[in-house]
Design a binder for this molecule. Structure first.
Ligand code: ADP
Ligand code: MG
Length: 321
């Protein structure tokens, strides 16, 4: 199978959805695309390398799914609606079974969000997958990291820490029952990009980021860019039942705060919008949790339920919780 047969078979024939804004898709020297009037193009690129970004034993379906999910999560973090992707694929050999499952995983998520693969590059070498994701925002409506203001409330979507727990099992640092592992491995391998939540909250958010490196690190980026600090209430950090029931509280919080790969959104909302915002999210069935507040003092403080502040870390002074 040569390069062109491979592209045809796994990346053209397998794609069963088409967008009307794709004037020219895969097959020519370039793709040609229509950007809707009054919108701006939002771009992001991420590379996944085998053994670095995903364990060697990861199922090819999950590799395809996750390669797209992490890019779409970046678009979600800007409040962008995803539209198109390009794919640079480096393969050690042509393994048809692997490619078939990979493209199924990729397209299963692409289809769900009406995202079209519009081009790419295919080369031989150690397994690596790069996706560039393209989305739109209304003129100047992209949500940046730099807009958080003292008094704003800090929220996260869904729960944190499951992906970190799954990874600790894979690395054999911790042994989980198969039920718990199955539940948390889904968060590691098939994170659902929070596009639905992002579109709903983008107009109200003053800053936003996706949690790929752990809450402390990623909230830290917001704090640094916005030149503010924060107080986080540890009792409010949302943890899944599986996480809470399988490790002690301090370990569960450590996963939630410092392990990566959750791909949830962390964002800030002005206090005066709290009621309206929480009303909208609950009406749409989106789980969000208020976990803290932005402060003028540029430090990250943790408060526990008994009101004892047990960590006060300078913005770039911490390494690990
Ligand atoms: P060129 O040599 O002109 O760069 P290529 O042979 O690399 O063209 O690619 C031919 C066509 O196939 C182009 O439209 C390119 O975007 C597309 N393509 C190549 N690899 C992939 C891939 N992995 N996924 C999707 N499209 C691809
Ligand atoms: Mg090329």
């Amino acid at each position: 199978m040569n390069e062109f047969e491979l592209i045809n078979h796994f990346f053209i024939d397998k794609q069963d959805h088409n967008r009307s804004d794709v004037v020219l898709g895969i097959g020519d020297d370039c793709a040609i695309l229509e950007i809707p009037k009054g919108h701006q193009l939002v771009l992001s690129m991420d590379t996944l390398i085998e053994g670095v970004h995903f364990p060697k034993a990861t199922q090819p379906f999950d590799v395809g799914y996750k390669a797209l999910a992490v890019n779409m999560s970046d678009l979600a973090a800007m409040g962008a609606t995803p539209a198109w992707i390009t794919l640079a694929l480096t393969l050690p050999s042509v393994d048809k079974e692997w490619l078939s499952a990979f493209s199924e995983g990729l397209f299963s998520l692409a289809r769900q969000f009406n995202v079209q693969l519009i081009g790419g590059d295919t080369t031989r070498g150690p397994l690596s997958i790069t996706i560039q994701a393209h989305g739109f925002v209304s003129m100047d409506a992209g949500v940046r990291r730099c807009g958080a203001k003292p008094g704003d409330l800090i929220y996260v979507t869904n729960t944190l820490g499951d992906a970190g727990l799954a990874l600790s099992h894979i690395k054999q640092e911790r042994i989980l029952s198969s039920d718990v592992f199955e539940a948390v491995a889904l968060k590691l391998n098939r994170p659902l990009p929070r596009i639905k939540e992002s579109v709903l909250l983008a107009k109200m958010a003053t800053s936003m980021i996706d949690v790929s490196d752990g809450l402390i690190a990623d909230l830290g980026h917001i704090l640094k860019a916005s030149q503010v600090g924060a107080v986080l209430s540890l009792a409010q950090i949302p943890l899944s039942v599986a996480l809470k029931q399988s490790v002690k509280r301090s370990d569960a919080l450590t996963f939630a705060l410092s392990a990566g790969d959750d791909y949830e959104l962390c964002f800030t909302i002005p206090k005066c919008q709290q009621q309206a915002f929480e009303g909208i999210m609950s009406a749409k069935g989106c789980m969000i949790t208020h976990i803290g507040q932005i402060t003028a003092e540029r430090a990250l403080c943790f408060i526990d339920s008994d009101k004892e502040c047990f960590a006060d870390l300078l913005l770039n002074g911490y390494t690990h919780f």
